[in-house]
Design a protein around this ligand. Structure first.
Ligand SMILES: [Zn+2]
Length: 346
C-alpha cells in the first residue's frame, strides 16, 4: 500500500529565495493500493447477511422497545452489545468489563435519565495511540401512542454493521493480521435528541482528538430510498463528507469500493448547499467540527423513516452486507496504511 505525498515548493515561483511559498500537498489517487487484498477479502467474508440479520432482528425487536435513550429498552440493547463484545473477546477501552462511557445528566438540557455510549476497542500493533473511530447511534424513538418505533434501518442497521466490522477485525487479529492503528467502536446514545452522545464524546474523548485519525459514521444503511427504487438501482450508498477535510479519505473510499464492493457511490447529498443538510445531521458532524476527517454512510430517507413501520423484515440484508464490507475495507486501509491519513482542507 503506497500513498505518495508530493510536498513541492512549486519550482518556477520557488526559484526566488526571498519569497516563502506555501507547500502544496498533492495526494495521488493511483497510489492508494491495498497491500494484501486477499486478507481484506477473507475477513470481509465474515460479515454475512445471516449474522447481520440476527443482530438487526434482535435490536429492532419488541423486547428493546424502540431503544429510547435512558429507557429500559435502551439499557437492554446496551447490555446486548456489551455481551456481544465480551463473547467475541473484544476489549473495552475503559478496562475490564466496563463497556459504558457514562454521560452525566448535566450534559442534557432537559430532564433525561443518565445514559451511556457503548465502547469497544481493538488496539493497533504499530501506532496504538492513533485511533480510527467507527460509530453509529444505538438509540431510537421508543414507544408512543402510535406504538413501538422499532428503528430497524434507523439505526439497528448501523449498529449491526459496527458489530460485524468489529468481529471481522478481531478474527483477523487472532490470526495474526491485527491492525497497525487502533479501532474504537462507538455506539452512541441520544442521537435522536440532538447528537448528544457524540457531543459528549468529543468533549470527553477516551483517546485524544488530535490522535483521532478519522470517524466513519453509519446511520441507516439497510434500505433503498425512493430515488433509487424508482430507477431500480439497489447497489448504491450515499457518501457524505468524505472529501471535506481530507482529499485522501475520499480517494481511499473510492479505491476500497472499486477494489472490493463495486457499489454506486452517490454524492448528491455531499453538495455544499444541499437542502437536506445531511452533513450536519448525524453524529459525524461533531467530529468534523473538530477537523477530524469523516465519512457519513447513509441510504437516504424512505416512507418508513421515523415511523413505527421501520421494521426488520424490510431490511435488505445482502445489501447491508455489501455496504458494511465497504466500510470495513475503508477502515482496514486507514488502520494499516504506512502513513497516517492526511488532512489538507482545514
Ligand atoms: Zn439515525
Amino acid at each position: 500500500m503506497k500513498v505518495l505525498f508530493i510536498a513541492s515548493a512549486l519550482s518556477l515561483v520557488g526559484s526566488c529565495a526571498n519569497i516563502r511559498h506555501s507547500q502544496k500537498i498533492e495526494i495521488l489517487k493511483d497510489n492508494i493500493v491495498f497491500e494484501d487484498p486477499q486478507t481484506v477479502i477473507k475477513y470481509s467474508h465474515t460479515i454475512t447477511p445471516d449474522e447481520l440479520s440476527v443482530h438487526v432482528f434482535t435490536l429492532a425487536s419488541q423486547n428493546f422497545e424502540g431503544r429510547e435513550t435512558g429507557k429500559a429498552g435502551f439499557q437492554k440493547a446496551s447490555k446486548f452489545l456489551k455481551d456481544f463484545y465480551m463473547d467475541n473477546g473484544i476489549s473495552s477501552p475503559l478496562g475490564t468489563d466496563n463497556y459504558y462511557q457514562r454521560i452525566p445528566k448535566s450534559h442534557f438540557s432537559k430532564d433525561s435519565p443518565s445514559t451511556q455510549n457503548i465502547v469497544a476497542f481493538i488496539e493497533g500493533s504499530e501506532f496504538p495511540e492513533e485511533v480510527i473511530i467507527i460509530s453509529g447511534h444505538l438509540d431510537h424513538l421508543g414507544v408512543t401512542e402510535d406504538g413501538i418505533f422499532y428503528g430497524a434501518d434507523d439505526n439497528a442497521s448501523g449498529s449491526a454493521a459496527l458489530m460485524e466490522i468489529a468481529q471481522a477485525f478481531s478474527l483477523a487479529k487472532e490470526a495474526g493480521h491485527g491492525p497497525k492503528r487502533s479501532l474504537l467502536f462507538l455506539h452512541l446514545t441520544a442521537e435522536e435528541s440532538g447528537l448528544l452522545g457524540s457531543s459528549y464524546y468529543v468533549k470527553n474523548p477516551i483517546y485524544a482528538l488530535e490522535n483521532t485519525v478519522a470517524n466513519l459514521n453509519i446511520d441507516m444503511i439497510g434500505r433503498i430510498d425512493k430515488i433509487h427504487e424508482e430507477k431500480q438501482i439497489d447497489d448504491y450508498i450515499y457518501i457524505i463528507g468524505a472529501d471535506r477535510i481530507s482529499t485522501e479519505l475520499h480517494y481511499i473510499s473510492e479505491a476500497a469500493n472499486s477494489q472490493f464492493t463495486h457499489l454506486k457511490l452517490d454524492y448528491r447529498y455531499n453538495e455544499e448547499n444541499e437542502s437536506n443538510r445531511f452533513y450536519y445531521r448525524s453524529d459525524h458532524y461533531n467530529f468534523a467540527s473538530r477537523n477530524i476527517p469523516i465519512i457519513f454512510y447513509f441510504n437516504g430517507e424512505h416512507e418508513d423513516y421515523h415511523q413505527p413501520t421501520d421494521t426488520a423484515e424490510k431490511i435488505n440484508f445482502p445489501l447491508l452486507q455489501k455496504r458494511t464490507q465497504l466500510i470495513f475495507s475503508t477502515a482496514w486501509y486507514l488502520a494499516n496504511s504506512k502513513e497516517r491519513l492526511k488532512v489538507d482542507k482545514i
